[in-house]
Design a protein. Structure first.
Length: 305
């Protein structure tokens, strides 16, 4: 396990956690190999590992109108100038013609409520599955099994692709509904789409996407029922699911590892403070979960093994 010097600047680890790491005695060599193999070429250490802990939610902002009961907010882990890692994006998704993408200089500006800019998307967006990655907003246009890339600099859609067989508009949503059939995610390894198909009989299907063309590079079919979980996100190539969108003491209840194509049950405490979780996504640059919990934009610190 790399020492404190290898930890990237933006990820200050509490001392207690470093002590815990040094106390971990035997680590199977196979596991060490797998973790180092996950490191990207050219990166000192991907810092990859398994999710072991999720902290308490920290509230960043609150939506004022009913349009913001559900929504999605994010930062780009690999931004393109003029945007930075601080640039914050938000979409309030209640309504049939959801086209407004709010841009903020930083999360602090989000709290004050005045966007630096409002982008009007050329197609209305469906639900809370969107992500921002490498200068693009990736979203599902309304009532389609399509994923689109909206270029944030050029303000145009630069790629669009159908996800074959993907259920949409209420066929395979998460347990709360909300047309959450198609959910995009970003981790250390790139861009993912989480969905289900008739062939998979409602189980979660996970596909790795090319961020430029949106072509599917690889697909995994899990044994986790999509309607049976409240939400999901990807960290280091592993899909994690949240047990409930409304229970105050929910858990991260399943993990599906794409490296081994296996799933396992977990029980990591996860707090729904405001009792209505409509979006959760991992940000690999911040090492945090971003979530939307009944009008509130929150983050959760996480710890990886």
């Amino acid at each position: 396990v790399p020492g404190p010097a290898a930890a990237p600047r933006w990820d200050p680890q509490p001392l207690t956690y470093q002590e815990l790491q040094s106390e971990r005695t035997e680590v199977p060599a196979s596991q060490l190999l797998e973790e180092t193999a996950l490191g990207r070429p050219g990166s000192e250490d991907s810092g990859c590992g398994e999710l072991v802990w999720v902290g308490e939610p920290v509230v960043f902002g609150r939506a004022e109108s009913i349009a913001g009961k559900y929504g999605v907010w994010m930062k780009d882990p690999e931004p393109v100038p003029p945007f930075t890692r601080e640039t914050t994006w938000r979409v309030d998704v209640v309504g049939t013609e959801v086209r407004q993408l709010f841009q903020y200089e930083a999360a602090e500006q989000l709290a004050r409520g005045y966007p630096a800019k409002v982008h009007i998307l050329p197609q209305p967006l469906e639900s809370t599955g969107a992500v921002v990655y490498r200068g693009g907003l990736f979203f599902q246009p309304r009532r389609s099994r399509t994923v689109a890339r909206y270029d944030l600099r050029g303000e145009t859609v630069t790629a669009e692709r159908e996800i074959p067989g993907a259920g949409y508009h209420g066929q395979y949503p998460y347990s709360w509904g909300g047309y959450t059939d198609i959910d995009l995610a970003v981790d250390e390894t790139g861009l993912w789409v989480i969905y289900s198909t008739e062939k998979a009989r409602g189980a979660i299907v996970l596909s790795k996407l090319d961020p430029k063309t949106l072509e599917i590079r690889q697909t995994w079919e899990t044994n986790i029922r999509k309607r049976g979980v409240a939400n999901s996100f990807v960290i280091c190539g592993t899909l994690y699911t949240v047990s409930s969108y409304s229970a105050p003491n929910a858990t991260i209840n399943f993990a599906y590892d794409t490296a081994t194509s296996t799933s396992r049950a977990l029980s990591i405490p996860f707090e729904n403070r405001f009792r209505y979780l409509s979006m959760v996504d991992y940000n690999p640059a911040e090492r945090q979960l971003f979530a939307w919990d009944s009008f509130n934009m929150v983050t959760y610190p996480v710890r990886l093994s």
